[in-house]
Design a protein around this ligand. Structure first.
Ligand SMILES: Nc1nc(=O)c2c([nH]1)NC[C@@H]1CN(c3ccc(C(=O)N[C@@H](CCC(=O)O)C(=O)O)cc3)CN21
Ligand SMILES: CC(C)C(=O)C(=O)O
Ligand SMILES: [Mg+2]
Length: 287
């Protein structure tokens, strides 16, 4: 990138005034460059237009349309029930709305585990019908062939290891993975995913020291959620980050706002205004 254009990487180093150039899409190689420069980067989930627009404008380089839409959009208790047909419209909304962010579509439970062929076909649907720029799937070395095949089809793949919520019944509940001697298998899984072509690896609920080892071991970026401060990126579910979800949050969540309080207070004031005849006022009516 030449110096005088004043547009370098999409985030962090770009100095173009807003609106001067068309938005430059974040690409997987930009994330690797951030790792090489030692610059941590944020990732958030998004499931609709307004969050995608706002997070994009805020400079979040990667938006994940998580299968966590199951329990944060559709009202299921876990991520297991959500389907490809339920997620694709959300992916389409986000990819239509984010001008710069790389949009990653999470492959839901049952849509890729059956076979390598099923994994490629599902990933293709998210790209074609959802307009995603990449896909994510849960699993370690056992899913290296799936990652390899999807990547070969031209689709970037993000891995996800450690606590993988789609396997909660096999993992014995929501618990930290990779403690003690199990740390080595987390490292081996990450290395296998990178070797299979993954462009990044999410680590969920693994000890910080293990995540640090993995991050140093890999050339591709790691993204932590409950994996300590040494990952290359950090991801949170947006309703956790903004305090819209009122259930007790996992330890790894930091709340940056109280949207639940804002929404509840406003809805109560609206209801009171209607009941008290205060709304609509003359300025809201046509004469
Ligand atoms: N809103 C939301 N946030 C998430 O982070 C999230 C979802 N939904 N849905 C899909 C998965 C499920 N995830 C979860 C959900 C709960 C815990 C949890 O309860 N953690 C507890 C117990 C940990 C332990 O036993 O060691 C914690 O205190 O962190 C962790 C990850 C992460 N993902
Ligand atoms: C928590 C992130 C990594 C995720 O997989 C999701 O939101 O579905
Ligand atoms: Mg997920």
């Amino acid at each position: 990138m030449s110096e005088n254009t004043e547009v370098a990487a999409p985030y962090g180093t770009g100095t173009a005034p807003r609106g001067a150039q068309p938005a430059k899409r974040v690409r997987v190689h930009h994330l690797r460059e951030l790792k090489q420069r030692g610059e941590p980067w944020p990732m958030l989930t998004a499931y609709d237009m307004y969050t995608a627009e706002l997070f994009d404008e805020a400079g979040i380089p990667v938006l994940l349309v998580g299968d966590s839409a199951a329990n944060n959009v559709y009202g299921y208790e876990t991520s297991l029930p959500v389907t490809v047909d339920e997620l694709i419209p959300l992916v389409r909304a986000v990819s239509r709305s984010a001008k710069r962010a790389l949009v990653v579509a999470d492959l839901p439970f049952g849509s890729y585990q059956v076979s390598v062929e099923q994994a490629v076909a599902t990933a293709v649907r998210f790209m074609k019908e959802g307009g995603a720029h990449a896909v994510k799937l849960e699993g370690g070395a056992a899913f290296a062939p799936h990652v390899r095949a999807i990547t070969t089809a031209g689709i970037p793949v993000m891995g996800h290891i450690g606590f993988t919520p789609q396997s909660e019944h096999n993992l014995g509940g929501y618990r930290v993975q990779g403690r003690g001697e199990n740390g080595d298998s987390v490292v081996a899984d990450a290395v296998a995913l990178q070797a299979a072509g993954a462009f990044a690896v999410v680590m969920e609920m693994v000890p910080a020291e293990v995540a640090k080892r993995v991050t140093h071991e890999l050339d591709v970026p790691t993204v932590g959620i409950g994996a300590g401060p040494d990952c290359d990126g950090q991801v949170l579910v947006w309703q956790d980050m903004l305090g819209l979800r009122r259930a007790k949050a996992p330890r790894f969540v930091k709340r940056y706002a109280d949207l639940a309080g804002v929404v509840l207070g406003a809805a109560e004031r609206f209801a009171a205004d209607v009941r008290g005849g205060e709304f609509p006022g003359p300025e809201h009516a046509f004469h």
